[in-house]
Design a protein around this ligand. Sequence first.
Ligand code: ADP
Ligand code: MG
Length: 242
Amino acid sequence: MTRNALSGAEVRLDKVTFSYGEAVFGFDVAFRPGRVTAVMGPSGSGKSTLLNLVAGFETAASGRVLIGDRDVTADPPAARPVSMVFQENNLFAHLTVEQNVGLGRSPSLRLSDADRTAVAGALERTGLGGKGKRLPRELSGGERQRVALARVLVRERPVLLLDEPFASLGPALREDMLELVAGLQAERGMTVLFVTHQPEDARRIAHDMAFIEEGRVAATGPVEEFFGEGGPEAFRRYIGAS
Ligand code: ADP
Ligand code: MG
């Protein structure tokens, strides 16, 4: 598993428009390759919609979505070089941990030796080494989120989208998961978009920030600048109020 195969690609939304009826979005933004960008903003501002447009769960009405030099605007989710982890981790209750992770390699669970090696490696890396034969209900909430993370790791995609994946975890488990994500990102160099409501989570693992307001990216910049004295006014108001 080389760093090259996984190194992050730039994620760019080039004049993308989209709407859900009255909710209208316009995204024109680039996320730097090989970095973690924390995506913050009020509930309903469009953070999930932004990630869904990158992942392909929604399709831009106009404009282009680019990953590296690939135009993926019309590609279905499975064809995009992207993996996503959600707040609800969507594990299959009747499949073991190992099988849930294996789905990341092969939807039919016909696994090659290389697939099995990748699954074992991801379980090890996420601290689930001894738990491959368990069912999801035999795990804690934190462990289930680790399974979801292991499942995306075996996909070895250059872009990782995290939509509030740790929101339902307590502080200690959240800290564990942040450390895991930061470590994996440092090793593999993927481009990560990380939606969070917690300023301290952003400061802990993000390099860059994107602040979303009313369906558009209101500000972007390095974390230090955002949280510093000269940070964007709207962002300061938002974290001051939350
Ligand atoms: P966030 O993740 O920042 O909380 P979302 O991207 O989920 O915000 O939602 C942005 C807006 O789009 C909200 O007004 C929400 O109600 C609306 N919306 C999101 N998903 C759908 C959907 N599947 N159908 C209709 N409206 C939606
Ligand atoms: Mg959301």
